[in-house]
Write a protein that binds this ligand. Structure first.
Ligand code: FES
Length: 356
């Protein structure tokens, strides 16, 4: 059946199909340039081997149903292998075997059905070239007029245009409806000023440095050259909000040769015989900086590879962090335990907080 789209109001809404002939194409909403080349139409239809030779047609048919049969076998194999090779808890080999067999079965099932369907459509289904013409998207003049009428009728029946007070209060009500949500969202913000909370940690003058997580105080004599300790402030484990406090106060303690330390003026007394303490909270986005390279004296953040040079007051030598790790000034008390001289002198963690 062939139908030609006349491009006007009587265009057929369904598909207009032209068989192996140059179609008369409706421009629809497209802009046709004046110098458009002539439509060459479709090339002459070429019959396939299966169209000409009944034997080849039967061979192709056999191939298709063989592929579909293989697909059935693959799917059944997947089901059977799931039962035959069960996953035994704790046995890695059983997981591998189960996954392998299941995967092979499903792959065969999907691959065979896909290849079979494509082969079927290419060789056995009707091979005529078809063209589907576009039709105008714009509605007919009558449809458009009717739409305007319906709109006016709706306006008249609802009184939306006439009863202006109702209309305006409705608009006001719609605008006011989301306001409670704005108030509720406001309550999602922290109750206290986060900057003030993050500016200070648990560290204070005389607070002992203790092992994380045991809370056992650390003596300066225990910190041997090249060693590194994960440290929390004494008393942290007794606090109700210890996780929040730990997220700010965690410290790394290392001992280097005093001669290896490059100390800026004013920080000369912040280390004890080469023992230095730095915030463990990365100044990029706050991951714990937990990797210490003993030979190079570099601290590495595992999140985005920011690298800090301990010999140069933890300045950033690589990665996205923008400022050094804050240093905790330390000293030794009368019993030989390491203690803080004060809190950090700058906010710990992501650089964002320093901007206030
Ligand atoms: S959080 Fe440390 S590098 Fe990003």
């Amino acid at each position: 059946m062939a139908q030609h789209d006349d491009g006007g109001e009587n265009a057929t809404a369904g598909s207009a199909v032209v068989k192996s002939e140059p179609p008369v194409v409706s421009p629809g909403t497209a802009v046709i340039p004046s110098d458009a080349f002539e439509n060459p139409g479709l090339p002459p239809h070429r019959l396939r081997a299966t169209d000409l030779d009944p034997h080849k047609d039967r061979v192709a048919e056999r191939r298709v149903y063989t592929l579909f049969f293989l697909s059935i076998v693959g799917s059944l194999f997947a089901v059977a292998s799931y039962v035959a090779f069960p996953i035994i808890p704790g046995n890695t080999m059983s997981v591998r075997l189960n996954t392998l067999m299941l995967g092979l079965g499903i792959a065969l099932g999907l691959l065979a059905i896909g290849i079979g369907a494509i082969y079927w459509s290419k060789n056995l289904m009707r091979g005529d070239e078809l063209t589907e013409s576009r039709h105008p998207i714009r509605g007919s003049a009558a449809t458009r007029e009717r739409a305007v009428e319906i709109f006016k009728e709706g306006n008249e029946e609802s009184g939306f245009g006439r009863r202006t007070l109702i209309r305006n209060t409705l608009i006001g009500a719609l605008v006011a409806t989301p306001l409670p949500a704005v108030v509720l969202f406001r309550d999602l913000a922290p109750a206290a000023d986060p900057v003030a909370q993050l500016e200070h940690t648990m560290w204070a003058k005389g607070t002992r440095l203790t092992h994380d997580p045991t809370g056992v105080p650390i003596k300066a004599a225990d910190v041997t050259l090249g060693s590194v300790f994960h440290v929390i402030p004494e008393g942290l484990n007794d606090k109700a909000d210890r996780l929040e406090e730990k997220a700010k106060a965690a410290v790394l303690l290392m001992r280097l040769l005093p001669a290896d330390l490059h100390i800026s003026p004013g920080r000369e007394s912040w280390n004890y015989n080469g023992i230095v303490a730095y915030s463990k909270i990365c100044t990029h986005v706050g991951c714990p900086v937990a990797l210490y390279e003993q030979q190079t004296h570099h601290l590495l953040c595992p999140c985005h590879s920011s690298t800090f040079d301990v010999t140069n007051e933890c300045e950033v030598i690589f990665g996205p962090a923008k400022r050094p790790l804050p240093q905790l000034p330390i000293a030794v008390d009368s019993e030989g335990y390491l203690v803080a001289q004060s809190d950090f002198h700058e906010p710990v963690g992501p650089s964002f907080w320093e901007r206030t």
